[in-house]
Ligand binder design. Structure first.
Ligand SMILES: Cc1cc2nc3c(=O)[nH]c(=O)nc-3n(C[C@H](O)[C@H](O)[C@H](O)COP(=O)(O)OP(=O)(O)OC[C@H]3O[C@@H](n4cnc5c(N)ncnc54)[C@H](O)[C@@H]3O)c2cc1C
Length: 372
């Protein structure tokens, strides 16, 4: 949707085909952390810094006004073995130009003490934000300028002489001068490369609104174990736990979103009591006041996780007019608008504002399935 927005502004006639409705995939079942704090150091962290600035720009210029909330993220170490992770991620963020503030002693007590009394140390990562994925999509849809075809699955690409000349949908063939495969997990149906992207389920919990006796949360609290579970940071002395990581996110509504799991399976329809109970136990251990709230909803979504943990954005081999933007795993709400803009630049043959060579489809030799 973001690429459709920017391509239409660049003068293209754009059609978005979705086998369901837009935002019915991972985008509609995510937390909305527009955050550098959790990113793997290196190109992903650098791009996330640019992505947060891009959200700010879109909010200032009216495109995403009221949809992007600026705030800090608080990385929390509540056990001594998490202190190394905190220190090292904080150093990496600082090196990437992100303003961070170490909280210990009195500053810790004043800032996160009420929300997380067991915290040993914390780092405030400043200049981050939050945006709800489906609301961003809805805003772009309302701004218009492109056509959306709902319940219109693409089942193939028509090729002739090294180019794609049209998309084959369940309702017929439609001509196309250029194609961007931005179908999450579904993108791989058109590409040769089995096992490159795997489904990674996440379960999230929503509480009811905070009561008068709930302490003020200064922003989302992210446990250092979350960084390890996300693969952003090596486990080091921490027990390797790729399945659960804790973020307690105070929402605009006064509710809390508690997440999340990382499970290697493709199932967005169920939540299981064991995972939910574990997440709640961890959340209450960090923030005991949460025990007074009720859980009103649990939901799941499925992320598209690549083999090397980096998205795939770039031109696809086997045709000169097909691009791909997928594999955003747990980072697509943050990166989405910027990636849409960069895809527009690529497709228009303009130099990209950011270096995205590390995300290129060529690193896996990705080709159109029929050209393989
Ligand atoms: C539990 C959870 C929490 C998350 N939290 C965050 C977060 O806090 N911050 C963050 O930055 N990211 C987060 N993410 C990640 C983020 O949601 C995703 O990276 C992002 O939404 C991916 O967007 P996408 O457009 O690539 O894929 P999707 O949103 O999955 O969209 C793909 C679309 O393609 C359509 N499609 C598939 N196949 C076809 C086909 N053949 N023809 C036509 N249409 C097709 C689908 O219907 C779908 O609408 C989270 C994800 C989950 C699951």
């Amino acid at each position: 949707m973001s690429a459709a927005h920017f391509l239409s502004r660049a003068g293209w006639r754009v059609t978005v085909y979705d086998s369901g409705v837009v935002a019915s995939g991972a985008t509609g079942s995510a937390d909305g952390a527009v955050s550098v704090a959790s990113k793997k150091p290196g190109p992903l962290m650098t791009l996330a810094v640019a992505a947060v600035r891009f959200y700010e720009h879109l909010a200032e210029t009216g495109v995403l006004v009221d949809e992007f909330i600026s705030r800090s993220t608080f990385m929390i170490a509540s056990q001594s073995d998490e202190l190394d992770v905190l220190e090292s991620q904080s150093a990496q963020l600082e090196a990437a130009g992100v303003p961070v503030r170490l909280l210990k002693g009195q500053s810790l007590a004043e800032t996160v003490g009420a929300a997380a009394p067991s915290a040993l140390a914390a780092v405030e990562v400043q200049g981050e934000g939050h945006a709800v994925g489906y609301r961003v999509v809805e805003r772009l849809r309302r701004l218009g300028g492109f056509t959306i075809r709902r319940h219109c699955r693409i089942v193939g690409l028509r090729q002739s002489g090294g180019s794609v000349s049209g998309v084959v949908t369940e309702q017929g063939v439609e001509p196309a001068d250029a194609v961007l495969l931005a179908a999450g997990l579904g993108s791989m149906d058109f590409l040769a490369g089995s096992g490159l992207i795997r489904p990674r389920k996440g379960q999230l919990i929503v509480t009811d609104r905070a009561g008068r006796d709930t302490p003020r949360f200064p922003g989302p609290l992210m446990s250092c174990r979350y960084l390890v579970s996300k693969g952003s940071h090596p486990a080091g002395k921490l027990p390797e736990s790729r399945s659960l990581g804790l973020v307690v996110d105070p929402l605009r509504t006064g509710q809390f979103l508690i997440g999340g799991s990382r499970e290697d399976r493709d199932d967005k329809d169920t939540a299981d009591a064991d995972t939910v109970a574990s997440l709640l136990r961890d959340a209450v251990a960090l923030s005991p006041s949460l025990a007074r709230l009720r859980v009103i909803r649990v939901f799941a979504g499925v992320r598209a996780a690549t083999r090397d943990g980096m998205p795939i954005v770039g031109r696809v081999g086997g045709a000169d007019n097909v691009w791909v933007a997928t594999g955003f795993e747990g980072d697509g709400i943050c990166l989405g608008p910027l990636m849409g803009h960069l895809c527009q630049q690529m497709i228009c043959g303009r130099p990209a504002d950011q270096d995205i060579s590390a995300l290129g489809a060529d690193r896996f030799g990705l080709k159109l399935a029929d050209a393989a």
